[in-house]
Ligand binder design. Structure first.
Ligand code: SAM
Length: 396
């Protein structure tokens, strides 16, 4: 059935899923972005708002479900702002993420011929998240996540994607909320699980968070909740294998290095490594991790990547440069700076295919070519995806 076969003017057929996780449909001369849809669904929708020829719609009724539609198991689905892919079976989630990466690389990076996009599934589709950001509304006595499209707190008793130790922490905080002993200042809570313990931090009130640790492959990483650490620990060994792989040589650069997830394996393979990270707590942990691993061939610059690149005085071209920026991608001046550094190979680790594609476009214009693209399903039940792009320069 094509969109033109849909007679009722409130009915639409979802053509495919787009970056951002929305279902694409066309109706009444509008391009519609339909939340929580599955490709092939026939839906009765309500247009919530319009911007030019684009409308944002919500589902009123699933008239004919897609063959990949499943019943979302979580009672908060649709209310909570967290998961937006629970309506899809797992194969369809993976396929949609491949399409999202392909769409961004094609449309934003303007790459005509793409290498095959491999998607690595998550070993666990539920209870995988070892990091969470919870919101607490002391007046309404609610603890959970922001509700879909709002800053109201959706009260969540059980979160199906949390690792059990974080679920237990959420229950403990909930108990304190009921008893009235949870500080009213703790409106924004960061929680991260290590192998044996959970670390908490808050953006709204300062306290030093507990240090936890995690073994990944042959490395041990120490970190706390006020520094970034990847969410889906079970995929990290594979991610490290793809990003660093068998690379080795004299010099490597690790930009947006956090607590040193990539820095440690790079330090074992290169004579000299430079890591750059803006968060001073993350830098403290990275130094602790290097000391514990008895690696003394790394220099860490505690500053913004843009600032560091402005003052880069390297005379020799590094063999390998890895960058793993936040969702917003590389900030202004960074890609231009990397082109001046001119590494032989680049590995771009990204959690947003759109900003990855924007930055890849500049690297490709700068003479690099795309060797491989691998997606990692770090965030099952959501539209988010981690992508590793490997590039090399034909002239170097
Ligand atoms: C996606 S995380 C990656 C961290 C690390 N590579 C890992 O995998 O654990 C991005 C990191 O960049 C840092 N960061 C954000 N903006 C930055 C900037 N402009 N310059 C340097 N570091 C920045 C954050 O503090 C965070 O540690």
């Amino acid at each position: 059935m094509g969109p033109t076969d849909v007679q009722d003017k409130n009915l639409v057929e979802i053509e495919r899923l787009l970056p951002g996780g929305f279902g694409l449909a066309h109706a009444e001369g509008l391009t519609l972005f339909v939340a929580l849809a599955a490709p092939g669904d026939i839906l009765r929708v309500k247009i919530e708002r319009k911007r030019g020829s684009v409308g944002f719609a919500s589902i009123i009724e699933v008239v004919k479900p897609s063959t990949v539609r499943v019943e979302p198991p979580c009672p908060y689905f649709g209310l909570c702002g967290g998961c937006d892919f629970q309506q899809l079976d797992y194969e369809a989630q993976l396929a949609a993420k491949v399409e999202i990466i392909r769409d961004c690389l094609h449309r934003i990076a303007r790459i005509e011929t793409l290498p095959d996009i491999v998607m690595v599934p998550s070993p666990a589709q539920w209870q995988y998240r070892s990091r969470a950001n919870w919101q607490f509304d002391p007046k309404a006595k609610r603890l959970g996540y922001f509700a879909r499209g709002s800053h109201d707190v959706c009260d969540v008793e059980v979160c199906a994607v949390l690792r059990p130790e974080l679920q237990q922490t959420l229950e403990r905080l909930r108990e304190q909320m009921r008893e009235g002993t949870l500080s009213k200042k703790l409106t924004d809570i960061e929680a991260v699980a290590g192998d044996e313990d959970v670390s908490l931090a808050s953006a709204t009130t300062h306290f030093r968070s507990k240090e936890v640790s995690r073994h990944i492959g042959n490395e041990t990483y120490y970190f706390g909740a006020e520094a970034f650490f990847q969410i889906n620990h079970e995929l990290l060994e594979l991610l490290l294998g793809e990003a660093v792989g068998e690379e080795h040589g004299k010099t490597a650069i690790d930009l947006y290095s956090g607590v040193g997830l990539f820095t440690l394996p790079l330090a074992r393979r290169f004579n000299q490594v430079t890591a750059v990270e803006a968060n001073s707590r993350a830098v403290d942990y990275a130094q602790r991790n290097l000391d514990a691993a008895e690696l003394d061939n790394v220099e860490i610059a505690n500053m913004s990547v843009a600032e560091w690149l402005k003052h880069w005085l390297g005379f020799e071209r590094p063999e390998f440069l890895l960058l793993d920026p936040p969702r917003s991608g590389a900030e202004g001046g960074v890609i231009e700076g990397i082109l001046k550094v001119a590494p032989q190979k680049i590995c771009y680790v990204s959690c947003d295919p759109a900003t990855l594609a924007r930055d890849l476009n500049k690297l490709l214009e700068g003479g690099y070519s795309l060797d491989s693209i691998v997606g990692f399903d770090m965030f099952p039940q959501t539209h988010h995806v981690e992508t590793v792009a490997r590039l090399s320069h034909s002239e170097f």
